[in-house]
Design a binder for this molecule. Sequence first.
Ligand SMILES: *Cc1c(COP(=O)(O)O)cnc(C)c1O
Length: 393
Amino acid sequence: MPHLLQTYDPLHVTFTEGEGLWLTDDKQQRYLDAISGIGVTLLGHNHPEWVEQAKIQAGKLVHVSNMYQIPEKSQLAQKLCQLAHMDKVFFANSGSEANETAIKLARLYGNRQHITNPTIIVFENAFHGRTLATLSASGHRQVQAGFEPLSSGFIRVPFGDINALKQIAQSRHDVVALMIEPIQGAGGIHIASNSFLQEVRHLCNDHHWLLISDEIQTGVGRTGKFLCVEHAGIQADVVTLAKGLANGIAIGACLTKGIANELFTPDKHGSTLGGNPFACAMALKTLEIIEKENLMQNAALQGDLLLKSLNERLGHHPQVKSVRGKGLMLAVECKQPCKPVVKIALKHGLLINVPQPHIIRLLPPLVIQPKEIEQIVNKLEISLDEFAKLQSN
Ligand SMILES: *Cc1c(COP(=O)(O)O)cnc(C)c1O
């Protein structure tokens, strides 16, 4: 690939088509997709009703500028606000852009109050994106190294450390917002406890900080509810979504509630492609199918089954330290760095990923069924056995 910048190191496999949880490569080998293009293809591949809508909308209208009325955009905004219990939406094209929007909102909020250096609390191990502000908000050295100077205006605390947050609340007066993934995804599936999220909500209330929930990976039903914060019975002031929102068409969304609703005014923010008729129509259809096929309930149900099955079959595996997850966002934590398992699993027809050295991540499509869960666990067990054998040689 002489003409591609070397931002990726792809595996040597080329998929040519997909059907449900299965992908086929150019040699007619089949693979069970337990990663969904990193949490994107919620409906599985080639969902007939979604494909039909893509054809219809492509043949009707793909793009007009936000200078004009876009009914698909208004309808999608209404639907999202209803599902997420939020008030207003801005549409972008990616997760990073949705988070940039949230960060800009937080700064507007601070500057309105004449706070000189409005600061956003973020967490160790967080991942919020690859643009300059979002990589600065992220807590991974590898996404930041070489891109200095980073954006200022972030302060970092350990994930789950309520005392560190309380200390900041007492000692600083420039904090305007707190940004959190309710489950850290790229960081290795670290699940914030309900009580921690509730305490965070209280702290944000007490100190008038905007609570920004980055639900780019956890949202749109992945954890069994539309938003992951619903498990804790709390609401954020700003929510960001992307990844699976349109089942693979580029889209990002920044949702607001209450005080965050009125911060933007015309010309303060925008996007040429964000909110275009095609992306919005496809997101609408994705949400419609999720509701019609009860896919959030399915994510909760099958997620429990997958977690149980992983625990039973792999919980005592010599390579495995622990298994955890919520809905269809799961991790198998290994005792040793387990990157080689990706290639071994690929050989056995299973797609997974290793976002952190010891963590195998599973993000299967929301349409998964028990038969496919059994196949995933079988293939993963075979792969871990083979990995163990390689380790002992
Ligand atoms: C994937 C992800 C992002 C970045 O989204 P892009 O679409 O790659 O820009 C941000 N936050 C979280 C939690 C993510 O999982």
